[in-house]
Design a protein around this ligand. Structure first.
Ligand SMILES: Nc1ncnc2c1ncn2[C@@H]1O[C@H](COP(=O)(O)OP(=O)(O)OP(=O)(O)O)[C@@H](O)[C@H]1O
Ligand SMILES: [Mg+2]
Length: 512
């Protein structure tokens, strides 16, 4: 009998003639945590989709040996029965169904008469959420009630409810706060005691270093190697990933800061379902031309709600008073916002950022299409040259801009959304987690872009739960906790992660 739970051998997967995977090997022992690393578009998600039969047997070549036997699965149901459970990079929850219904989707608990036993399902779902320190989530509420890290944790609870021998986590922490991340990492470490193995995909290499027994690296669909973490370092992994050394992380450059451009007063957002509760409570701030204002806070602090209120698409009752260049403006819809020069790169690209049915190019030029209109027709040559330029500038990895946007890897979709929002040449740019799921090299590219925009005098608001990133590129940092402003710091080199976290956790006003 082999030592391995799983052996993938020389896997090759093509999409319309282009090899996304070109001979990949991967070995996993029972109870082992294997990190899977590679740049955006390297083929990590594709490899895991081959393993879990999202890409069924027959659509790729190579061999999968599972518990010593060839596995030729054609359906996800089959791989799940074998004990392979995947949490995808893109969330797959059904917003209208409750948290518990999502967790038990396809495996509903029925009582003897065949009627769904909601009480039992809710109780089990609550227990799974409690394991993730998420007892405050009401599992009977629709998933659409929640956002950000909580959605990711619901996905993970759903996977943990199945009987996994191998759990695949594809970028599980990109939407999690530091404390949620810690809980998840502890949980992954604990899988070993239950003899559950894990393939862990992340661009956060500190996480890989902290929890992985071995690390496999792929680059451009090629297998680079798999080695014990003990024999590696983060720098070595980066070197394997990109094939060269990366020197700096943040391209900080001095830039001039001008007059106040964006003046936001008294943003208050009520919970759409429970209007007595405030998600954002009277937040005011200003941003100057060329200034990068970082907004830090724990996940669930209200940053995303605030961003959507500023962009005119917050769903619940809210009030906000926005002044642009000293004049009060009305922002009731995203169209209003864009027409005033306020653009946003949203946190949840699947829900708000991309139009899945359109091509990559069409997505990029969506917000500026009128610019290419000539006598009622679209000047396609002009549009194409702009698209080509953006794809190069952002190094979006694709065979053709005509392909569907959903054919791009996660990080490359994110780059396309950033490109789309930069094209309208905004006055104010709101970036909500702009580097979510983006690899180390591409992060640097996005930071350079943000600096370029600041130099052009654009006022930039960047929400990020990655504190090193906030500290790495912001001129000023606004700290939000529980919907209220809890700190406003100049990032002059003395600001630290600890100061930000302490501020985030320290109440300003006593609850009435
Ligand atoms: N359905 C598809 N059709 C066409 N091409 C695809 C499809 N799915 C993936 N690809 C291509 O395969 C390559 C590998 O993509 P994959 O999603 O596996 O990358 P990844 O390593 O997970 O990247 P990321 O870190 O950005 O998530 C990319 O070039 C991608 O464009
Ligand atoms: Mg991926």
């Amino acid at each position: 009998m082999s030592d391995y739970l799983l052996e993938m051998k020389t896997i090759v997967k093509e999409f319309s003639g282009v090899k996304a995977l070109d001979g990949i090997d991967l070995k996993v022992r029972p109870g082992e945590v294997v990190g899977l690393c590679g740049e955006n578009g390297a083929g990590k998600s594709t490899l895991m989709k081959v393993l879990s039969a999202v890409h069924p047997h027959g659509t790729w070549s190579g061999e999968i040996i599972w518990e010593g036997q060839p596995l030729e699965a054609r359906t996800i149901r089959r791989t799940e029965r074998a004990g392979i459970v995947i949490v995808h990079q893109e969330l797959m929850l059904v917003p209208e169904l409750s948290v518990a219904e999502n967790i038990f989707l396809g495996r509903e608990v029925a009582s003897r008469g065949g009627v769904l036993d909601y009480e039992a399902m809710n109780a089990k779902a609550s227990r799974l959420m409690a394991d993730l320190k998420m007892s405050h989530v009401n599992v009977a509420l629709p998933v659409s009630h929640y956002s950000g890290g909580i959605l990711q944790l619901i996905e993970i609870a759903k996977a943990l409810g199945k009987n996994a021998k191998l759990l695949i986590l594809d970028e599980p922490t990109s939407a999690l706060s530091q404390s949620e991340t810690r809980t998840l990492l502890d949980l992954v470490r604990g899988l070993k005691d239950r003899n559950i193995a894990c393939v862990y995909i992340s661009h956060k290499l500190e996480e890989i270093e902290a929890i992985c027994d071995t690390v496999a690296v792929i680059r451009d669909g090629q297998f680079i190697g798999q080695a014990p973490m003990a024999a590696l370092t983060v720098d070595k992994i980066i070197h394997m990933m990109v094939g060269r050394e990366l020197k700096e992380k943040y391209p900080r450059e001095p830039h001039a800061i001008g007059e106040v451009v964006f003046d936001v007063r008294h943003v208050t957002c009520h919970d759409p379902i429970n209007p007595d509760k405030k998600k954002v409570d009277d937040v005011s701030f200003t941003v100057r031309a060329g200034e990068i204002l970082g907004i830090a806070g724990l996940v669930g602090a209200g940053r995303t709600e605030m961003a959507s209120a500023l962009f005119g698409h917050y769903k619940g009752p809210h009030s906000v008073d926005i002044h642009l260049d000293g004049r009060r403006i009305e922002v009731k819809t995203p169209q209003d916002a864009v027409s005033h020069g306020i653009c946003m790169v949203p946190e949840d690209r699947k829900r708000h950022g991309i139009v899945p049915l359109l091509g990559i190019g069409q997505n990029i030029t969506l917000a500026v299409l009128p610019r290419f209109a000539r006598f009622g027709l679209i000047d396609e040559a002009a549009e194409f040259s702009v698209i080509g330029h953006e794809i190069d500038a952002m190094s979006i990895k694709t065979a053709s801009p005509l392909l569907a946007i959903t054919s791009l890897s996660g990080g490359n979709q994110q780059k396309a959304v950033v490109a789309k929002m930069l094209l309208p040449k905004p006055r104010v740019l709101i970036l909500d987690e702009p580097t979510r799921g983006v690899d180390v090299g591409a992060k640097y590219e996005i930071y350079k872009l943000i600096y370029g925009l600041a130099k052009d005098g654009i006022a930039i608001v960047m929400m990020s739960s990655e504190l090193p990133e906030v500290l790495g590129i912001s001129d000023r940092v606004l700290v939000i906790g529980d919907g209220e402003v809890r700190g406003d710091f100049v990032n002059d080199g003395t600001l630290t992660q600890e100061k930000i976290l302490t501020a985030a956790l320290t109440k300003r006003r006593q609850a009435a």
